[in-house]
Design a protein around this ligand. Structure first.
Ligand code: GDP
Ligand code: MG
Length: 287
């Protein structure tokens, strides 16, 4: 896991570096976590990307609730934003990325054609918050056609490009942006996904909020995983039930809460409980 400290100077530097790189590419491929597409978005993304064509990829889609992912994809479609759900580990929809990149560049290709340029070469940059899956996607795409190109004519020097297909070139270093961590709710969801360091919120805080969320939204998954009959009660009681079911007991039959907490969070983040989403599209959330 990356341990970037996003102090203001670092944010300004990241922004500056990305603005520089954006000049070199035709397309931004923006990665979001399919379980939390809103919370895994940089708050200044629209400003940073400007009017550069953009493709949104909802990553780690095998970990998300497919019905909720569908709602997200539909909400992007309604806003004329090109978005695709993918999973770089299972390979789901990875072979669709190029088609969607071309779709996002339709007007660019049309402009080139007007000028008599028939090339469909795409230079793209991957952009996203830490741990969203940038490196994994780059590796997955690169494996398909692992040719690193250095100084190819028409391709900027001193920058390594990965040739994914005959037409798609990817900057080998992705752009890393900060999440909206000043928002408590967002921080909590990032923690549920294991995408921020655990020192930021207490493990117990994350666990209690997760149990409450699961009891309300995925009660059956919670019941099935831990053999519980009733999860419609105080989160701490549910956690104690879970610890008891696992036999995590201290002297006197008291549930070992720290041990149960660690186990639960680990199972939540490794999808042992099931595929789940932590937010649905909302009208007041634009991207
Ligand atoms: N299940 C699943 N895990 C993923 C996927 N993409 C990345 N990961 C995992 O998420 C973590 C962070 O991924 P990484 O590519 O390093 O993120 P980066 O910080 O954006 O480069 C790693 O443990 C990856 O194995 C995916 O599509 N599916
Ligand atoms: Mg990385």
């Amino acid at each position: 896991m990356q341990t970037i400290q996003w102090f203001p100077g670092h944010m300004a530097k990241a922004r500056r570096e990305i603005s520089e790189k954006i000049k070199q590419v035709d397309l931004i491929i923006e990665l979001k976590d399919a379980r939390i597409p809103y919370s895994s978005t940089n708050p200044m993304i629209d400003e940073i990307v400007g009017n550069k064509p953009r493709l949104i990829l909802l990553c780690k889609s095998s970990m998300a609730d497919p019905l909720v992912t569908k709602l997200w994809i539909e909400s992007y479609k309604k806003k004329n934003i090109i978005a695709l759900d993918i999973d770089s580990i299972t390979g789901f929809h990875v072979n669709q990325v190029i088609k969607y990149a071309e779709l996002a560049l339709k007007s660019v290709f049309a402009k080139r054609k007007e000028k008599g340029i028939l090339s469909k070469t795409i230079k793209a940059m991957i952009l996203g918050i830490p741990n969203v899956g940038k490196s994994t996607l780059i590796n997955t795409l690169a494996k398909r056609k692992a040719t690193n190109v250095g100084n190819k004519p028409g391709v900027t020097k001193n920058q390594t490009w990965i040739r994914v297909t005959d037409d798609l070139f990817l900057l080998d270093t992705p752009g890393i942006l900060w999440p909206k961590f000043e928002d408590q709710e967002v921080g909590l969801k990032l923690a549920m996904c294991g995408s921020i360091k655990d020192e930021i919120l207490s493990l117990e805080q994350i666990t209690m909020a997760s149990i409450e969320y699961l009891s309300n939204n995925y009660p059956q998954l919670l019941k099935n995983r831990y053999g519980l009959d009733d999860v419609n009660k105080d989160s701490l009681e549910v956690l104690e039930d879970i610890g008891r079911k696992r036999g995590f007991l201290l002297k006197g039959g008291v549930v070992d809460i720290p041990r149960t907490t660690t186990m639960f969070l680990n199972e939540l983040r490794t999808m042992k409980i099931g595929a789940m989403s932590y937010e649905r599209p909302r009208e007041d959330w634009f991207i």
